[in-house]
Ligand binder design. Structure first.
Ligand code: F6R
Length: 606
């Protein structure tokens, strides 16, 4: 949800800003812009569209040049994507970039208009720039603090004052921001991959802490303006992890990284063949103390929770409620201290999930987060955290993060079922060992993408399609459907196969593709009956099932057969063809696979 960067040092700042912004473009690509100190003046260049559009414009106008500047890539919230609404905002004296939403911007705007300020853009950000200007009396730190007292909402801000050339001020609340330092140079960025090319050393800014980057030095101040020392972190992945590495798209690369991601996430959490989650304080005794489990997340992460629910309820027999975070926050959920609330998030910064976590804590529930980005807000604020070790996920459409979220849910389910005496040690070891075979199976599926490419060629001109399944297959098909619609722009719905005939089957017309997921053998015959119902109405059926399943030739037009593993674990392998089908369909339709329209990777506004 918008990416911000800043640089102070000896390098040509425009190059660094554009390069760092390109690593953050997954956060939004409605417009881009930079502001740089050039000969003591703040100069700004910005443009609607992607960073490539900005570069084209800069090459026509002549690039600004200097050694200190800030940059922004936008996901529009207030005001359409346009040159005027692009960041940076401000004037020749104070210029800012902003990620987040200023909720009381209308009130501030009225206050400023009464003082004679005239607004150019429709953005909330311009009110912050003008409020800084209004309060400024020569001291940037106290001005920023005064502004922070007035603004409500979420923000990560990079600020430049003309009176202090070669200096950047940065502050955040509920939007991510890191400060990184190299030799005689310093950076700000919304995410670590933006600066990895230059340094691995970074600091995490806490709520309302202010960083001052001055000629490559970094100083930090608390929310009362007192200087503070902060712990430096070292990124545990390098540039390669944030590059395409020969793949046509990040999404394809990330799909192929799934076997390694599962191994890295699962292996350290197995001890003597048994799942072990004690690293975060989740002992068997603590696990079995919960009466209810809630899983709260958004989008793909929520879909991982749906699979988690089926698995936990099936083998551990504990009730699990899965909620979309934006609903959970406002439905006054009934929680108590015997409940566990599991928050799932790749970025660890999703605004609704973060607020759901805070709500759960206020209500006395135990909170456990499953998070990919180390040190992110959700990870830091939850009682316990289990990190997924997927490495940076750059593609806006999530794949490997979903995969590792599933693997953590399996570990939790096995541990819970064992702790509660629902499965024996032998069964727990068998399931755990089966989980460890999943990466090999995924590798096998990835070796032969031909079937998925063929399915994509059959879907490419469709306008609508359905995904159907039962039980775990239904939970999984939700993710398949989301993946396809977000990157191919083909409308699709996921439906419980048995529910279809209660209304939705009226949508089925001759030639309409229906992707049926049928990996759960206890439900296979039932799903086949539903498949036949759509087939009888002319649907073109693509079935994803075990390779040795007995599928009548009149039931499916195309069958994608998967190597057989325990049915419980099949979502981890069956999701791979669904991801590939979405990927190849998007490629065939000529879409920007890694940056689908209207989306952004990290949703830090509600
Ligand atoms: C879809 C996708 C989104 C995210 C959702 C939550 O491919 O990536 O649906 O899963 O925005 O994001 P995180 O996991 O960062 O909280």
């Amino acid at each position: 949800m918008c990416g911000i960067v800043g640089y102070v040092g000896a390098r040509e700042c425009t190059e660094v800003l554009l390069d760092s912004l390109s690593k953050l473009e997954y956060r939004g690509y409605d417009s881009a812009g930079i502001a740089v100190f050039e000969n003591g003046e703040i100069r700004t260049q910005k443009s609607k569209g992607k960073i490539s559009d900005l570069i084209e414009k800069m090459d026509k106008e002549g690039r600004i040049s200097g050694h200190c500047g800030i940059g922004h890539t936008r996901w529009a919230t207030h005001g359409e994507p346009s040159d005027i609404n692009s960041h940076p905002h401000g004037n020749a004296n104070i210029t800012i970039v902003h990620n987040g939403i200023i909720e009381n911007y209308k009130k501030i705007k009225e206050f400023l208009e009464k003082k004679g300020y005239v607004f150019e853009s429709q953005t909330d950000t311009e009110t912050v720039a003008k409020l800084l200007d209004c309060f400024y009396e020569g001291n940037p730190l106290s001005t920023i603090q005064r502004v922070l007292d007035e603004i409500e909402g979420s923000y990560a801000l990079g600020i430049m004052f003309k009176d202090y050339p070669n200096r950047i001020y940065a502050v955040r609340k509920d939007s991510p921001l890191i400060v990184a330092s190299g030799e005689n140079e310093a950076f700000i960025a919304s995410d670590v991959p933006a600066v990895l090319k230059y340094t691995k050393n970074f600091y995490l800014l806490e709520q309302d802490e202010i960083a001052v980057l001055d000629n490559g030095r970094v100083e930090f101040y608390d929310d009362h303006g007192a200087p503070i020392r902060k712990e430096m972190h070292i990124a545990d992945f390098d540039m390669e992890a944030a590059e395409k590495g020969g793949y046509a798209h990040f999404m394809l690369k990330e799909i192929h990284e799934q076997p390694t991601a599962v191994r890295t996430t699962v292996t350290p959490r197995i001890s003597d063949g048994m799942p072990c989650l004690e690293e975060c304080g989740m002992t068997y005794d603590r696990l079995k103390s919960y009466n209810n489990i809630f899983v709260v997340a958004c989008g793909t992460a929520m879909h991982a929770g749906l699979v988690g629910k089926y698995v936990i309820e099936k083998i551990a027999r504990i009730p699990v409620t899965v909620d979309v975070a934006s609903e959970f926050r406002y439905r006054n959920p009934i929680l108590c201290s015997e409940d566990l609330v599991i928050l799932v998030s790749q970025s660890g910064e999703t605004a609704d999930t973060l607020e759901a976590l805070r709500l759960a804590k206020r209500n006395g529930a135990d909170t456990l987060s499953i998070v990919n980005v180390k040190g992110s807000s959700i990870a830091r604020e939850s009682d316990m955290v289990l990190y997924t070790h997927a490495g940076p996920e750059i593609s806006v459409a999530s794949t490997k993060a979903y995969m590792v979220q599933l693997s953590v849910f399996y570990l939790i389910a096995f541990a819970l079922a064992y702790a509660d005496g629902k499965i024996s040690t032998e069964e727990c070891k068998r399931l755990t060992s089966e989980l460890q075979t999943v990466p090999e199976v995924i590798d096998k599926i990835l070796e032969k993408p031909g079937d998925c490419q063929y399915v994509a060629s059959q879907l490419v001109n469709s306008e609508n399609l359905l995904y159907i399944g039962r039980g775990l297959d239904y939970a999984l098909s939700m993710e398949g459907s989301l993946k396809l619609k977000e990157i191919s722009y083909i409308h699709s719905e996921s439906y419980a196969a048995g529910e279809l005939k209660h209304g939705t089957i009226s949508l089925v017309t001759s030639g309409m593709p229906v992707i049926a997921v049928a990996t759960q053998r206890d439900l296979f015959d039932k799903t086949i009956s539903n498949v036949k119902e759509v087939k009888a109405r002319g649907a073109k059926v693509i079935m994803v099932t075990h390779e040795n399943s007995d599928v009548d030739s009149d039931a499916a037009d195309i069958v994608i057969g998967l190597p057989t593993i325990d049915d419980l674990l099949m979502p981890m392998t069956a999701v791979v063809p669904l991801q590939l089908i979405a990927y190849y369909t998007s490629v065939l339709r000529g879409n920007d696979v890694d940056k689908p329209r209207n989306l952004a990777k990290s949703v830090t506004v509600e």
